[in-house]
Design a protein around this ligand. Structure first.
Ligand SMILES: Cc1ncc(COP(=O)(O)O)c(C=O)c1O
Length: 484
């Protein structure tokens, strides 16, 4: 077995929470299967353990006098360098900035910075499949925003429609600040051709801002384009450290230095100035210091750097192959269940996807299905619209109108939602098998499962036997007393 594969096998079993057990509704204690990585990944233990060793040297940054401060400074810089290397960004050309606790902070920052830097370009183009975090900040900071749909008909929506993008770019030639697009959808896992999109955007004077929140844990992403002349390079990338096995780490923005150089920093405080007098101050020209006011999340950044290092050692191609095998298995098996609708194009030869699948089972509300999967099978999945209302609405509308063209839009709105299974490094084909087995069982005895639940006032579903008492699993004072 090659080194990357060996390390992958070891890492798959090295997550905090991998052995967590919960009591199922039938009374049996079983191991939880975590299929919610698209929302937040489990913590990769070796990366966290390595970062805990750094705590022996922990100190604030912003000083180079005592030994711990020197080590902390260097480790914080190392974390930035790890990120730049991971997304293949030339450190001379790009800077990496840490902020907040996820990509939302980074997206708001890039939207504000670019709209201030390029006021002559009042518009933005946003793909239909964006998470609200990569949609609303752009709308708020620009005079106009247009959404670009996805190719394909009905529920078989694929990646961003490049013809529609081209048409919008031509219509607003030189008036578009940037195209905001996700590298992979958080709903369907559909992967977008970001370099192709960048090339088209650049030809019309627009930049491209890529939301890499859903791709970096699954596939390699390079800021450098394929063509080699820079025309399809990416201008800015954002992502959340907690979606790449480092909960508690910061949000990340990697951006061309030239785009923010000379502009006013977004936040002010310690660490981003050279001199401060009573009446004036000089902002440092150093990146990323000028963009990171205040004490940073040093431990989180170091943990993130450790995770990225481990992923590089495994090899993103090895990780992609591991997940592709699970995805192909899931598509084959789930499509054999008659009542299952999988959203987004499932032809992997046409539309690449990460191992994130959103689906519905006919006759079972998405909220109820997620509850049954949790209560009877200990499978942790998420449901509803995953903060991507326009995209989910589009797919549900198409699906329900195909079945009944007379259905009122308002009625469809009330049914809007899906169940999402999202896989990561912590999952194996056995987890995929567990999901498929559970879905087949539910499909076979649908009426019985449905009869075990009552609809609660808030629209959710309550099992007739009640729900778990979370305090029995994690009581803060008991846990604290056990370590004191
Ligand atoms: C594609 C995508 N972009 C942005 C976000 C927002 O990330 P965060 O909540 O970490 O800021 C998410 C979260 O699910 C996401 O999936």
């Amino acid at each position: 077995m090659k080194t990357g594969h060996k390390l992958l096998t070891r890492m798959c079993n090295s997550f905090y929470g991998a052995a967590t057990t919960y009591r199922q509704i039938d009374g049996e204690f079983t191991a939880r299967t975590y299929l919610d990585s698209a929302a937040s990944c489990l913590m990769l233990k070796p990366a966290y353990e390595a970062s805990l060793k750094f705590l022996d040297h922990y100190s604030n940054t912003h000083s180079d006098t005592h030994n711990s401060a020197i080590i902390s400074n260097q480790m914080y810089k190392w974390a930035h360098a790890q990120v730049l290397q991971f997304v293949n960004a030339d450190p001379e050309e790009y800077t990496c900035i840490f902020m907040g606790s996820g990509s939302t902070a980074a997206i708001n920052r890039v939207a504000r910075s670019l709209s201030a830097a390029r006021p002559e370009k009042p518009g933005v183009l946003i793909s239909l499949m964006e998470h609200h975090s990569n949609d609303l900040p752009h709308r708020e900071t620009h005079d106009f925003a247009e959404h670009i749909g996805c190719v394909g008909e009905g529920v078989d929506l694929g990646s961003m429609d490049l013809d529609a993008l081209e048409a919008a770019l031509s219509k607003h030639h030189d008036k578009i600040d940037y195209v905001a697009v996700t590298a992979a959808s958080n709903v369907t896992g559909v992967v977008n051709p970001i370099h192709d999109i960048a090339q088209r955007a650049h030809a019309h004077g627009a930049l491209v801002v890529v939301d890499a929140s859903q791709i970096l844990a699954h596939r390699a992403l390079s800021m450098q384009g394929i063509v080699g002349d820079g025309s399809d390079d990416i201008d800015a990338v954002v992502f959340s450290g907690h979606k790449i096995y480092a909960p508690g780490s910061p949000g990340v923005l990697v951006i061309r230095r030239s785009l923010i150089d000379g502009g006013a920093p977004m936040e002010f405080g310690g660490g981003m100035v050279d001199q401060v007098f009573k009446t004036e101050y000089t902002v440092t020209t150093k990146f990323p210091d000028r963009e990171e006011a205040g004490t940073p999340n040093i431990l989180g950044a170091v943990n993130l750097g450790m995770c990225l290092d481990i992923m590089t050692r495994i090899g993103m191609d090895v990780i992609e192959q591991h997940e592709s095998e699970m995805l192909s298995y899931l598509f084959n098996e789930m499509q054999s269940i008659a009542g299952i609708t999988i959203y987004g194009d499932t032809d992997l030869s046409l539309v690449p996807r990460t191992a994130t699948i959103s689906f519905n089972l006919a006759g079972v509300d998405h909220g109820l299905l997620a509850a049954i999967l949790n209560d009877y099978f200990n499978l942790a999945l998420r449901n509803e619209c995953f903060c991507a209302h326009p995209y989910v609405r589009e797919m549900i509308l198409q699906q329900l109108w195909d079945l009944d063209p007379d259905l009122e839009e308002a009625e469809i709105e009330s049914k809007k939602g899906m169940v999402r299974a999202s896989f990561g490094l912590n999952n194996s084909i056995d987890d995929a098998h567990r999901l498929v087995t559970a879905l087949k069982e539910i499909d076979t005895r649908k009426d019985w499962y449905v009869s075990q639940y009552l609809r609660s006032e808030d629209g959710g579903f309550k099992h007739l036997k009640g729900s778990i008492d979370w305090n029995t699993y994690f009581c803060p004072s008991t846990v604290l007393e056990s370590v004191l």
